[in-house]
Design a protein around this ligand. Structure first.
Ligand SMILES: *Cc1c(COP(=O)(O)O)cnc(C)c1O
Length: 489
C-alpha cells in the first residue's frame, strides 16, 4: 500500500487544466455589475491539475476512510451498526427534500404526518407520552430534557432544586449538559460491578435535587437491577429521572424507560435508528417525556386535528425553542423508514441479537483479556486490558495493532472506572463469521504481546501514519495548504 499521497496542490503544474469554461459566456464583462471593491485583486490559489489527477486524488482519499461500510467497527457506546442503504434513498426523496420549512402546513401534510407518526412510534418504544424531534444531537437532547426538568420545577414554584445527580461512570456529555442548563452536578458513586451505589445515593436526595441522569444498561453494559428502587427514592424526594437513551439498541421494544420510572429521555437517532454518525454528520436527539411534562417540550409542535390533518402548534408553557424549525428532517425520515421496515415484532430482535453478539465475544476472550465485571452484559462490555499485565503491552497498543488487521479499534480508556478500559460493542448487524474473525485477531494480538511485544508496540505498520504526537495533532493541526506552506517557511 502506498503510504503517502501527494496533496492536490503538490500535483499542480502551471497551465495544466482539467476543464475549461466556454470563454464567450464567462468573459470579464460578465462581472461588470459586481462593485469593484468586492472583486478579488488577485486570482485565488487553486491547484492546476488534469481531470485524471482530480479523479485519482479524490478516489484515493475516499479509500483512506474507515467506516461501517468498510469493516468491523466495535466502538463501544457508539453503536456503529450497519445502516440500510434504502433508508438513504428514502431520505433523498425530492418530495421531502424540496419542502421549505416556512411553507403552509396544508402543503406539507406528508412531512408533518411523518414527524407526528415518528414521535408516536418513539413514544411507544419508550413508554412515554410525547416526543419532540427538534434537537439536533444527543447532547442537544440532554440539554433540552434538562431544560424541561427545570421548567417543571419552576412551574411549581420549586426554585431550590438546582442540583442534578450524575453517576461517576456517565458519558461526558451528561455533566456537560447539566452545567450548560444551569444545574450543579453532584456525583453518585458506582459499586465495583459498575452499578449505582444506592447507599451512596440516599444521603444525596434532598429538596435541592432537581433529578438524576442515568442510563440503563449503564456505561459498562450492565443492567441496573435496582432501577425501580432508585426511581422510587428519587420521586419521593421530589426529583425527576432523566434517561440517557443514546444507546437504546439493547432495549428496543423489549424494555421501556418509561416503565422503569424515567420521566424524561433522549434518543440518538444517529446511533440506533439508521443514520451513520461520527465526524459531525447530521444527527437527531429526540426528547420524550411522561404525561405530566408534555406542556414543557420545546416549540414548534406537530399536532393532529380532529379531521385527521396535521398542523404546527406552539404551547405557552413550553421552555421555548431549541432549534430553527423542526430539527434534522432527513434523519427523521431514515428513522421512520427503519422502524417501519423492521415492524413491531422484528424490532424486538435487535436488542437480544446485539446482546448475544457482545456476550459471545466477551466469553470467547476473557481468558486472555481481563474482564473486571463478570456476568451477562447487554449490548457492550469492558475489558481492562490484557489479562497478562507482565508484557507491558497497553490497551492503546492493542487498539493500534487491530488497525493492521483491518478492524477499527474499540473505545479505549473509557469508562474511567478501569485503567486500561477497552469497550467493545459489536452490534446486531455483524455475522458470526465476522465476530469469529475479530476474536481470532484479538487472540493473535494477545499471543504476540506475550511472545514478541515489540510487534504490538510498533503497530500500526500498515496505515499512513503510525504514532503521531496526539496532543500536537489535536492542538495544532495543519488543515490547509497555506498553513502547510507557512509552517515550512
Ligand atoms: C453518543 C452519546 C451521547 C451524545 O450524543 P451526541 O449526538 O454525540 O451529542 C450521550 N450519551 C451517550 C451514552 C452516548 O453514547
Amino acid at each position: 500500500m502506498k503510504k503517502y499521497d501527494k496533496l492536490i496542490f503538490e500535483l499542480s503544474r502551471p497551465g495544466r487544466k482539467g476543464y475549461q469554461l466556454p470563454a464567450d459566456k464567462f468573459d470579464t464583462d460578465g462581472f461588470s455589475e459586481i462593485p469593484a471593491d468586492l472583486l478579488r485583486k488577485e486570482a485565488p490559489v487553486l491547484p492546476e491539475v488534469s481531470e485524471l489527477d482530480v479523479v485519482r486524488h479524490y478516489t484515493n482519499l475516499s479509500n483512506k476512510n474507515f467506516g461501517v461500510d468498510t469493516g468491523f467497527y466495535p466502538l463501544g457506546s457508539c453503536t456503529m451498526k450497519y445502516n440500510p442503504k434504502i433508508n438513504e434513498e428514502i431520505a433523498a426523496m425530492p418530495e421531502f427534500t424540496a419542502l421549505h420549512p416556512l411553507q403552509d402546513a396544508s402543503t406539507a401534510q406528508g412531512a408533518l404526518e411523518l414527524y407526528y407518526n415518528l414521535q408516536k412510534a418513539l413514544a411507544s418504544l419508550a413508554g412515554l407520552e410525547e416526543f419532540t424531534l427538534n434537537p439536533y444531537a444527543g447532547a442537544h437532547g440532554e440539554l433540552t430534557g434538562l431544560m424541561v426538568m427545570r421548567q417543571y420545577h419552576k412551574s411549581r414554584g420549586d426554585h431550590k432544586r438546582t442540583k442534578i445527580i450524575v453517576p461517576d461512570t456517565a458519558h461526558g456529555t451528561n455533566p456537560a449538559s447539566a452545567m450548560v442548563s444551569g444545574l450543579e452536578v453532584v456525583e453518585v458513586k458506582s459499586k465495583p460491578n459498575g452499578s449505582i451505589d444506592v447507599e451512596d445515593l440516599k444521603p444525596l436526595l434532598d429538596d435541592t435535587v432537581a433529578g438524576i441522569m442515568m442510563t440503563n444498561p449503564n456505561t459498562v453494559g450492565m443492567f441496573e437491577t435496582e432501577i425501580l428502587e432508585i426511581a422510587d427514592l428519587v420521586h419521593k424526594a421530589g426529583g425527576l429521572l432523566y434517561y440517557d437513551g443514546a444507546n437504546l439498541n439493547p432495549l428496543l421494544g423489549k424494555v421501556r424507560p418509561g416503565d422503569m420510572g424515567f420521566d424524561i429521555m433522549h434518543i440518538n437517532l444517529h446511533k440506533t435508528f439508521s443514520t451513520p454518525h461520527g465526524g459531525g454528520g447530521p444527527g437527531s436527539g429526540p426528547v420524550g417525556v411522561a404525561k405530566h411534562l408534555t406542556q414543557f417540550l420545546p416549540n414548534p409542535r406537530v399536532r393532529k386535528a380532529d379531521d385527521g390533518s396535521f398542523y404546527v402548534d406552539t404551547d405557552g408553557e413550553s421552555l421555548g425553542s431549541v432549534s430553527t424549525f423542526f430539527g434534522n428532517f432527513g434523519v427523521m425520515m431514515k428513522a421512520y423508514a427503519y422502524i417501519l421496515s423492521l415492524g413491531r415484532d422484528n424490532i424486538r430482535n435487535v436488542g437480544p441479537m446485539a446482546t448475544l453478539n457482545a456476550n459471545y465475544i466477551k466469553e470467547s476472550l476473557k481468558d486472555l483479556y481481563k474482564l473486571p465485571i463478570e456476568g451477562a452484559c447487554k449490548h457492550e462490555f469492558v475489558f481492562d486490558g490484557l489479562a497478562d499485565k507482565s508484557t507491558g503491552v497497553t490497551t492503546l497498543n492493542v487498539a493500534k495493532r487491530l488497525l493492521d488487521f483491518g478492524f477499527h479499534a474499540p473505545t479505549i480508556y473509557f469508562p474511567l472506572l478501569f485503567h486500561e478500559s477497552m469497550m467493545i460493542e459489536p452490534t446486531e448487524t455483524e455475522s458470526l463469521e465476522t465476530l469469529d474473525e475479530f476474536i481470532n485477531v484479538m487472540r493473535q494480538v494477545a499471543k504476540e504481546a506475550k511472545e514478541d511485544p515489540e510487534i504490538v508496540k510498533a503497530a500500526p505498520v500498515t496505515t499512513a501514519i503510525s504514532h503521531p504526537d496526539e496532543t500536537g495533532a489535536a492542538k495544532n493541526p495543519i488543515l490547509s495548504y497555506k498553513a502547510l506552506k507557512n509552517s515550512a517557511k
